[in-house]
Design a protein around this ligand. Structure first.
Ligand code: HSE
Length: 399
């Protein structure tokens, strides 16, 4: 029997306990032996909770307990999760986590410390919630040259965009997402693209076997998108999605988070609501796509528990992870050329259509739209400055 501990009995931490309770037999079969939840670290008490007796406020009791071999870090945030994780790995305990912030900031160091101490640091739940994307990359797709990963990596923004397709404003869609518990009271990490940025940085790191610093990933959220954009895009046969993308090019790794117009028949266009989907292109396999719940207590906890099983199955030793400290410098963004979808107020329609004379135009009661030929964003901005100071633009994915 292997004993484990949970750090942080919040949404994901309590989900881990729930998955272990519900799937006791499946977990035993997968891990190859019984997995027993021995301790839960939290500042709070949980009177009446079925795991009340396992709650402790003292991390040292967990660290000094030789029976505890695996720790599930579900605290989130950089500190104190970073110190706690390092101490656990140095004490010879494996750690699995849902903490994308910590992995994006310190992943290579924690992976190295784990390897030096003959234990594991796994983070399946940090990307795509319950979608087993990291294990797929490390296992089933390990013999492929992965040249492009692109995906809808944030459920909150996908929910907001899906609601905006129905014609409601960004503010109303955000308020609705908050009411349903999908968006935080401070929604900036989601709507500004930072959450998706950490996830694509982790995927970009694993794709290259190095380390992509999230701070270097050009990131744009969905706050500039209007309901008119969704309407205009649809008239051209496109959907609008916030995509994280990491692609090998001759110029280097192109990696970004930004809203894109994608053709309505593209598989990612049909991903609606809070779901996530990740398309992976391998040189021999072509494109394969992975779809599922990118957030939520039990789905995310299921991925944490899958890591626990992987570790126990491997004798609580080191499960290698392809994330080294070798920094991957992203290719300069200003070199990239895209077709752009452009929106201006209807009063600027004539100027727009006469500037982009070959572009096909569309209009609604309030706005006019075009899709340009591929060009650099700096060139587009120069042209639009002469047309309207209320212009908006979104990249178009045309492949
Ligand atoms: N806020 C995140 C999302 C949760 O909406 O996808 C999972 O990381």
């Amino acid at each position: 029997m292997i004993s484990i501990a949970i750090l942080g009995y919040g949404t994901v931490g309590s989900g881990v306990a729930h998955v272990l309770d519900e799937n006791i037999e499946e977990v035993r079969n997968s891990a190859g032996e019984e997995v027993c939840l021995k301790a839960i670290l939290d500042l709070r008490d949980f009177p009446g909770d079925p795991h009340e007796a396992q709650v402790t406020h003292d991390y040292e009791t967990i660290l000094n307990d030789p029976e505890i071999r695996v720790i599930c870090e579900t605290m989130g945030g950089e500190n104190p999760a970073y110190e706690f994780t390092k101490k656990a790995l140095q004490a010879g305990k494996s750690v699995c986590t849902s903490n994308k912030e910590l992995v994006a900031l310190h992943g290579p160091e924690l992976v190295r410390i784990a390897s030096e101490h003959g234990v594991s640091y796994l983070f399946e739940a940090s990307v795509g919630g319950g979608i087993p994307i990291l294990r797929t990359l490390a296992g089933a797709l390990a013999s492929e040259k992965i040249d492009h990963i692109t995906g809808i990596l944030n459920g909150t923004t996908n929910y907001i965009l899906t609601r905006m397709e129905e014609g409601i404003s960004f503010d109303d869609a955000l308020a609705d997402a908050q009411e349903k518990g999908y968006a935080e009271r401070d929604p900036s990490a989601d709507i500004e693209g930072h959450d998706a940025c950490r996830k694509i940085a982790i995927l970009g790191s694993l794709m290259t076997g190095g380390y992509v610093d999230a701070a270097q990933v050009p990131t744009e959220g969905i706050t500039r998108i209007t309901a008119d954009d969704l309407k205009g895009a649809s008239q051209f046969g496109y959907a609008v999605k916030l995509l994280g993308s990491s692609r090998r090019t001759p110029q280097g790794l192109e990696i970004s988070v930004a809203p894109f117009l994608i053709p309505e028949d593209h598989p990612l266009a049909s991903v609606r609501g809070v779901f996530n989907a990740i398309a992976v292109h391998g040189n021999m396999l072509g494109t394969s796509m992975y779809y599922g719940q990118g957030a939520g207590r039990d789905a995310t906890a299921s991925a944490v528990v899958a890591d626990v099983c992987e570790i126990v199955k491997n004798g609580c030793g080191n499960v290698p992870v392809a994330m080294t400290g070798m920094r991957v410098e992203p290719a300069a963004e200003e070199d990239a050329a895209w077709p752009f979808f452009v929106r201006v107020p209807r009063v600027n329609k004539a100027a727009l259509f006469s500037t982009f004379i070959d572009a096909k135009g569309q209009e609604t009661d309030t706005a006019a739209f075009i899709i340009t030929a591929p060009m650099k964003e700096s060139v587009l901005k120069e042209k639009l400055a002469r047309i309207s100071n209320e212009a908006g633009w979104i990249r178009v994915m045309d492949e």
